[in-house]
Design a protein around this ligand. Structure first.
Ligand SMILES: C[S@@+](CC[C@H](N)C(=O)[O-])C[C@H]1O[C@@H](n2cnc3c(N)ncnc32)[C@H](O)[C@@H]1O
Length: 219
């Protein structure tokens, strides 16, 4: 892992690097992605009712959210990477759209729930607030958000030139966890629960992610 240089990479180049990285390593990531978070995902999905709509922001290969939608729940997956969406097509009947977390291809108040598992961590730090504002825009008042974020307080941005041995470079951008909580509040969310779960995908041992559950204010 390499820290970003003091003069940081611009958001446009960072987004393109993430997209190209996932386009090149979609199959590797999908193979490595395990079901360790399944019980937590299922408990979030259990709060949905038939007729509800869920948007999976950064849905990747269509697991672990879109492939477990309860009967009658309509899903839409949004992702930057065409190769990841190609994989998702084999795992879900949800609508799948190319798009960006900071400009979601969905109308205001269109969905009851947004999931963003391990995706906002790739959005350039100056754009995290915009992504959270987008989650708030597309959610109905009182709608629910499930977001994973970095656990440490410091924040970090940098790259790995050979992530998961794929030969592809990948970039991450984490504000600290307190900043993430603050930005969620500023976007109109109230965090209702948090869980820290081990990172079972990374090359290095001992990492963890914070799983945040939040509710958008009612009007
Ligand atoms: C680590 S994968 C996670 C995939 C899936 N949500 C999961 O939990 O396994 C991150 C996904 O987020 C997508 N992504 C990263 N930045 C994005 C952005 N700005 N807008 C949309 N998707 C993005 C990537 O293309 C990739 O498919």
């Amino acid at each position: 892992m390499t820290d970003d240089p003091a003069r940081s990479v611009g958001p446009h180049a960072r987004r393109a690097a993430v997209r190209d990285g996932y386009d090149g390593m979609a199959a590797t990531y999908a193979r490595e992605r395990d079901d360790a978070e399944a019980a937590v995902v299922e408990s979030f999905l259990a709060g949905l009712s038939p007729g509800d709509r869920l948007l999976d922001a950064g849905c990747g290969q269509g697991t672990p959210v879109l492939n477990r939608l309860p009967d009658g729940v309509e899903g839409v997956g949004v992702d930057l990477s065409a190769s990841m969406l190609d994989l998702a097509r084999d795992r879900t009947d949800a609508a799948l759209l190319r798009g960006d977390l900071t400009r979601l291809p969905a109308a205001a108040d269109a969905v009851d729930a947004v999931a963003a598992l391990h995706s906002a961590i790739h959005v350039p730090i100056p754009e995290h607030a915009t992504a959270f504002a987008e989650f708030a825009r597309v959610l109905r008042p009182g709608g629910r958000l499930y977001l994973t974020a970095a656990t440490d307080g410091e924040g970090w941005s940098g790259t790995n030139d050979d992530w998961l041995g794929s030969g592809e470079s990948m970039a991450w951008s984490f504000p600290g966890i307190d900043r993430t909580r603050e930005q969620l509040r500023e976007a109109g969310f109230r965090v209702t629960d948090e869980r820290v779960l081990a990172d079972t995908v990374a090359d290095d041992d001992g990492g963890a992610w914070t799983h945040l559950f939040a509710r958008l204010a009612e009007e």
